[in-house]
Write a protein that binds this ligand. Structure first.
Ligand SMILES: C[S@@+](CC[C@H](N)C(=O)[O-])C[C@H]1O[C@@H](n2cnc3c(N)ncnc32)[C@H](O)[C@@H]1O
Length: 229
């Protein structure tokens, strides 16, 4: 489902590569760890040091890869569409292999990974089937796919991923709403079973970063994490 019909802010919207190409310079200073890292740390079905080899699909600036390495994951390969994001990932030196390309067709070796991670990317994909299929292809039998997403509920409240230009204008990234049932269907079609799902709410941790959101969005789910195996 396209995001447009839910949009309440009507910011100028850019295609993914243009948008992240521009946002790359300020991305790390603005993206909030409560969105994703807090959820990754809460997952109980993944013992991170068990993963000798991981693929980070939509690795961006390497935030996720850096978190994985700190959490004990062995070698991490990364792929992303946006050159400007990849430049920063390269500079972090946390990836063994880093490629520019699409998460649905990585070109990485089949069955080579203990863990595949996709963090804050799926809302930019028009449909989920290709992502889940590619994750399944990359994983060895028994490997796990961890997906952290921006919550469909929050998108339906009318707020897409966006950033502010220096002149103060806000710019949104092209987005799609995928219901939880869409994830379940795509995961099952790819041969996965859902092992764990958690949701992150607008709570006291968010208040520190977004005081304005508290009154309107308190306890609304804003992100989610799934473990597939
Ligand atoms: C919000 S950032 C997330 C980056 C990183 N995972 C993180 O959590 O900081 C979304 C990233 O997804 C990438 N992306 C979006 N669609 C993609 C696709 N089809 N294939 C590869 N990368 C994609 C963008 O270029 C961007 O770097």
């Amino acid at each position: 489902m396209k995001f447009d019909s839910f949009d309440t802010r009507h910011y100028q919207t850019l295609p993914v590569q243009d948008g992240y190409g521009e946002w790359a310079a300020t991305y790390e200073a603005t993206v909030l760890d409560v969105m994703d890292k807090r959820l990754l740390a809460r997952l109980t079905m993944v013992n991170w040091p068990d993963a000798a080899r991981a693929a980070d699909l939509g690795c961006g600036t390497g935030r996720t890869g850096a978190w994985l390495k700190t959490s004990g994951v062995g070698a991490v390969d990364g792929i992303d569409l946006t050159a400007e994001m990849l430049e920063q990932a390269q500079a972090k030196a946390v990836y063994q292999r880093l490629e520019r390309g699409d998460v649905v067709a990585t070109g990485f070796d089949a069955g080579a990974y203990d863990l595949v991670v996709n963090c804050l990317v799926d809302e930019h994909l028009p449909n989920l089937d290709g992502l889940y299929r590619e994750a399944r292809r990359l994983l060895r039998p028994g490997g796990k796919f961890v997906l952290v997403g921006y919550h469909p509920h929050f998108l339906m409240l009318g707020i897409a991923a966006h950033f502010d230009r220096e002149n103060g204008t806000s710019v949104a990234l092209e987005s799609y709403v995928h219901l939880t049932s869409d994830h379940i269907a795509a995961g099952h079609a790819a041969g996965f079973e859902l092992m764990e799902m958690i949701e992150g709410l607008i709570d006291e941790d968010w208040v520190k970063a977004k005081p304005n959101w508290v009154e309107r969005y308190w306890n609304h789910p804003v992100t989610f994490a799934m473990v597939w195996g």
